[in-house]
Design a protein. Structure first.
Length: 152
């Protein structure tokens, strides 16, 4: 009866997409039931914590990237302009540029998407920051930070 509960519990987790189950039926098994169940959990990546005015939907936190990074999100920023910075965590090398949203009017959120080519000399630990510079004093505000893993 206990095995039935384990199987039913595993099936519930499979249905929710939290894990993968491999079933191997072997008559020569030491287990008298002849059923062997192995459970593998899958890591679920999450979206970076948004700021009040910027959300980054892609890439996800700790996502593995290759030679480029596709960035997608939405922002409500001054003159629909924001800045992004990609930093090699180990060396401190960074590249920085700006992009625009497709907001329909001032003060509303607008979608954005763009790609970043990762420099060949960058290591495996990267940090993507999407933010805006304050129109009032030039300070960095509304920062969204996304750590990434490069296989470049």
């Amino acid at each position: 009866m206990r095995k039935l509960y384990y199987v039913l519990g595993a099936l519930m987790l499979i249905g929710s997409g939290c894990l993968t189950v491999n079933v191997d039926i072997n008559e020569n098994s030491e287990d008298p039931s002849g059923v062997s169940i192995s459970v593998e959990t899958e890591e679920v990546l999450e979206m970076a914590a948004p700021s009040a005015n910027i959300s980054v939907f892609e890439p996800l936190v700790d996502q593995v990237v290759d030679t480029s990074i596709y960035v997608e999100g939405e922002a409500r920023v001054f003159e629909q302009t924001f800045t992004w910075r990609l930093t090699d965590v180990l060396t401190g090398d960074l590249i920085e540029d700006h992009e625009n949203t497709s907001a329909s009017d001032i003060g509303v959120f607008g979608p954005f998407s763009f790609s970043i080519e990762i420099p060949a000399e960058y290591g495996s630990e990267l940090l993507l920051e999407v933010f805006e510079y304050s129109a009032m004093d030039g300070s960095q505000i509304n920062t969204v930070t996304v750590p990434l893993v490069s296989i470049n």
